[in-house]
Design a binder for this molecule. Sequence first.
Ligand code: GLV
Ligand code: MN
Ligand code: MN
Length: 412
Amino acid sequence: MAIQINSDRLLRELEILAAFSDVPPPAVTRVVYSDADMNARAWFVDQCKAVGLRVRADAIGNIFVRLQGTAPDLPAIATGSHIDAIPFAGKYDGTVGVLGGLEALRAIRESGLRVRRSIELIIFTAEEPTRFGIGCFGSRLLTGALPVSADESLRDSEGRSLFELRTSAGYQGTIESVLLPNNSYAGFVELHIEQGPLLEQEQIPIGIVTDIAAPAGLRISVEGEGGHAGAVLMPYRKDALCAAAEIVLAIERSALTTEEIDTCATVGKCEIFPGAVNSIPSKVLLEADVRDINENRRNHVLSEIRRACSEVAAARGVSISLETVNADAPAKSSPQIIKTVADAAHELGLHYKKMVSRAYHDSLFMSQITEICMIFIPCKGGVSHRPDEFASAHDIANGTRVLAETLMRLAQ
Ligand code: GLV
Ligand code: MN
Ligand code: MN
C-alpha cells in the first residue's frame, strides 16, 4: 500500500512558513540569520519536535531531522532543501523540499512501515547568495567544498563575518565541526519546484533531474574618477558607470555568442558610488552569474568576460578587478536513484520526464559526498524568484508522494 501523505497539513504549513517574511505577501524575503529566518527556523523545529522527530543543528545552523531506522549505524538516506528566500521571492522555492521532506518523514512513520536505514531531513543554511554573495554556503561547508577560513572571510555587505553572524544567531561551535564525517549518507534526494516551464508545458507531473548545470559567480569592481557632474567636462572623464555599462553588455554578449541555449549570463547587482545624481560615478561594483551544463563552455565564457574587462579598462582608463567568487562543476544524478524515483512515480501512476536542472541546488554539493537525484514538480509559467511563483496543491502532493516512496525504497 502506498504511503499516505497529508496534503492539507503540508499546504497549511507552506502558508505558515511564507508568513515569516520581511515583506508583505505574496512576496517573501527571508535572508539567512535575519529575524524572519530565525523565527521560521524556530517554528520549523517546533513542528518536528511536536511529532517526536530528533533535531540537531550544526555550528552554522544547518538543521538535521532524523527518523531513526532499525539499523541506525548504517549510513542514512537524506533529503532536504532550504528555507531562505531572496528579496521579493515566492513561497515555494526550497520550502517545498523542506516541508515536503517533513511530510514524507511523518507519513513514513505514520504508515507503520519500518525502515532499515535512518532517513534524515536537512535544512541547509543559506542556499541563496543574498547575504554572503555565494550560493549554497551551508552545503558547501558541510561537504568540504568551502574552506573553514570562510568563517572569517565570508562577510555580508555591512562587513559582518559569518562567525559573528552565526554566533549571534546562537549557532556556536567550531566551523570545523560542520564538515560531515565520511559515509554519513547512502544517498540524497531533493524535492524542488522546476523553476522552468517544461513540466507545465508538457503536462508532466514529475521531473527527474539527471544533471545540474555548473554555476559561477563573479564580483567586478570598476574604479574611475568621481567629480562634479557639471564642472568636469566630458573629454576628461573616467566614469566608472559608463565603463561598467560596457561590461554588462559584454557579459550578455559572451553568453549569446556561444549560440547555445544552455549558456546563461546575468548581472544581477550593481552598486554605484557615491550614488548622487550630480556626481560622476567613481566606483561601481557588479555581481554576475554565469551558468552552463557544459563546464568547458562556461569556463570559456568566464575567460571572455575577463578579456572584455581588460579591454574596457584600457579603452576608458579605469581600473577593473575581477574576483571569481565560485566556479563550480556540474553534477550528475545517480542512475540507481534515478531508477528508484522512476519506479516510485510509475507505481503511483505518475508520468515523469528526465531533465536538466538549470538552477543550482544544495544537491550540487551533496553530489560530492554521496549519490544524488532531484525530483521536480511543475510551477506556473515556469516562474520563480518572483512573488507570483506558484505550484499547485496537487503537484506538491504528487511530488511529496514520490519523495516519500523513494526515501522508503532507498532506506529499506
Ligand atoms: C538558486 O536559487 C539559483 O539561483 O539557481
Ligand atoms: Mn532560489
Ligand atoms: Mn531553491
